[in-house]
Design a protein. Structure first.
Length: 187
């Protein structure tokens, strides 16, 4: 991604550096954006831009199960004639799709909630959100390790991977199933 730097004088007369993101065609005042409200250097955004009531309503609409990416994978598995269990209690992390005979667990993780490339955007979050996503990542790592120590094969699919190439995701699941059980042909 190309960046160009520009000099400009801000509204209050301060001279800040603008960074132009050629791909997004937007300009960001880097100097001002990296300061806290009190003017001290730090994160771009510390507080919530929504009222507590609005934030509560937005958060209530977020699904934990049967999300769009999960529904996509479920449809692909059904079309391929692969039968599995969903959200199995008793397994670490309650994997989204489980093939018990082959001991294969498929995890479908949202890019935001599970912290895809977290290091690149963690500084844009408030401390509370940063802590929440970091805790989710630690829990995910622990659950995957526990599943593997119990003899499970784990396939982790990210939301952006499913959006970009659902067939490639299905192929990964089928390859893992074939490796786990020789009676299942790979695609």
């Amino acid at each position: 991604m190309k960046e160009k730097s520009y000099q400009r004088r801000g509204r209050s007369g301060d001279q800040g550096t603008l960074r132009r993101d050629a791909k997004l065609q937007t300009a960001v005042n880097v100097t001002a954006a990296s300061d806290n409200a009190d003017g001290t250097p730090g994160r771009r955004h510390r507080g919530d831009i929504m009222s507590p009531e609005k934030r509560s309503a937005v958060m209530a609409r977020i699904r934990g199960q049967h999300t769009g990416p999960e529904r996509t994978i479920a449809a692909l598995l059904a079309d391929a004639g692969l039968h599995c269990e969903r959200h199995v209690r008793g397994l670490p992390g309650r994997p989204d799709f489980v093939f018990p005979e082959e001991r294969v667990a498929v995890l479908v993780d949202g890019d935001f909630w599970h912290g895809w490339r977290f290091a690149l955007w963690r500084d844009k979050l408030s401390e509370a959100w940063e802590a929440k996503i970091a805790a989710n990542r630690r829990r995910d790592d622990q659950n995957r390790r526990r599943l593997r120590s119990m003899g499970w094969h784990v396939v982790r699919l990210w939301e952006h991977q499913i959006d970009k190439s659902p067939k490639a995701c299905l192929d990964r699941i089928c390859a893992t199933l074939a490796k786990a059980s020789p009676r299942i042909p790979s695609r």
